[in-house]
Write a protein that binds this ligand. Structure first.
Ligand code: SF4
Length: 375
């Protein structure tokens, strides 16, 4: 079974907080990039024994900068190389500022069955501070258009902990999101990454972020609103209606294998993690010249992979399945972590049941600190 990720590294403009691998490029490079992606895909498929497609995720960047017909063709191309399993999940990330009703109908018609809209906020002032290309009205319109196009699995990305955000504005954005009837919500706390305009603005005091106490209040609002609306928190930042958890991402959190194509994309197959070159122009050049696009290759030891499985698995509310871990690595979790685990158990940051190791509610708040102990 194959989980496949395609990276589209282009955006209309860079958002002020963004450290993702994306750049602003003219439409004229898109055909060459798509041709390179297809070439890499065909090469990958030729080396793949089991090609049945379980999930396809086209992310970015902004995949919806491509004309709809181009994305549709890419989806077709993938399915021709990797025959889809029944119930295959095909996700596309979309920026509300780049789609309309016809575009979304085209995507749905092409077999895309999960749409992930990067809304971030419904508050125009916050969207402006973030440097997004859309406002709240466009975001609302995009969700409605997606529903009319027949999407029944829609994710909305929202961010909290924004400069100038208050409990009231976060509550209003989240309420607005929920009232639009999505099946899935990804709610990320803003992190300030080096090299972004936000990093500079925080350093110079031009923008001020909510403090820890204010963040805790936003977390409480999230828990209350999502819980009341029937969204289950199945991962630290992800909430879903029953049966709408993202299969593609669950595979990452279970430390499963995944294929990937495109500039900066990372794959992990048979314990070997490969990161592709980030510069799209260099990526296209190398593909054209028949050279490898892999920039870093890392062969994970069983122990390193075991620790990753623990850290990633703890992100999920269910936690890490102990039997699965033991069968995969033949390592005893309690013995391996010894005193470290005892300390976390005593602090009630993690909980060990017969079947799982998981974060407690308190542990979820301090997840980064818990994971730093177990990494
Ligand atoms: S649209 Fe997404 S990937 Fe592009 S710059 Fe903004 S945050 Fe980054």
């Amino acid at each position: 079974m194959v989980s496949l990720y395609l990276h589209v590294p282009f955006c209309h403009k860079k958002c002020h907080y963004c450290s993702f691998s994306s750049c602003v490029a003219g439409n004229e490079v898109f055909p060459t990039y798509v041709a390179a992606l297809k070439q890499e895909l065909a090469g990958l498929a030729a080396t793949c024994a089991d090609r049945q497609l379980k999930s396809l995720f086209i992310g970015g960047g902004t995949p919806t900068l491509f004309p709809c017909a181009v994305l549709a063709e890419l989806v077709d191309f993938c399915q021709a190389l990797f025959p889809p399993l029944p119930g295959v999940e095909i996700s596309v990330e979309a920026n509300p500022g780049t789609v309309n009703a016809a575009y979304l109908s085209g995507l749905r018609g092409a077999g895309v069955n999960r749409l992930s809209l990067g809304v971030q906020s419904f508050n125009d002032q916050e969207l402006q501070v973030l440097g997004r290309i859309h406002d709240g009205t466009l975001a609302r319109d995009a969700v409605q258009a997606a529903k009319h196009a027949g999407f029944t699995n829609i994710n909305l990305d929202l961010m909290y902990g924004l400069p100038g955000q208050t409990a009231e504005t976060w509550q209003a954005s989240l309420q607005q999101a929920i009232s639009l009837g999505p099946q899935h919500l990804s709610l990320y706390q803003l992190t300030i990454e080096e090299g972004t305009p936000f990093h500079q603005s925080v350093a110079t005091g031009k923008i001020v972020l909510p403090d820890e106490e204010e963040i805790l209040l936003l977390d409480e609002i999230t828990a209350k609103l999502c819980g009341d609306a029937g969204f289950m928190q199945y991962e630290i930042s992800n909430y879903a209606g029953y049966g709408y958890e993202c299969a593609h991402n669950i595979n990452y959190w279970q430390n499963g294998e995944y294929l990937a194509c495109g500039a900066s994309a990372v794959s992990c197959i048979a314990g070997v993690r490969e990161k592709r070159i980030g510069d799209p122009l260099e990526y296209m050049r190398r593909i054209k010249e028949g050279r490898s696009v892999v920039m870093e290759s890392e062969c994970l030891s069983a122990e390193a992979s075991f620790r990753e499985s623990v850290i990633l698995g703890l992100r999920m509310t269910k936690g890490v399945q102990l039997q699965r871990l033991a069968e995969r690595y033949h390592i005893d979790l309690a013995k391996y972590y010894g005193r470290t685990l005892e300390k976390l158990l005593n602090l009630q940051l993690v909980e060990l049941t017969n079947s799982h190791l998981k974060l407690t509610a308190e542990g979820r708040i301090f997840a980064n600190r818990v994971m730093a102990e177990l990494v």
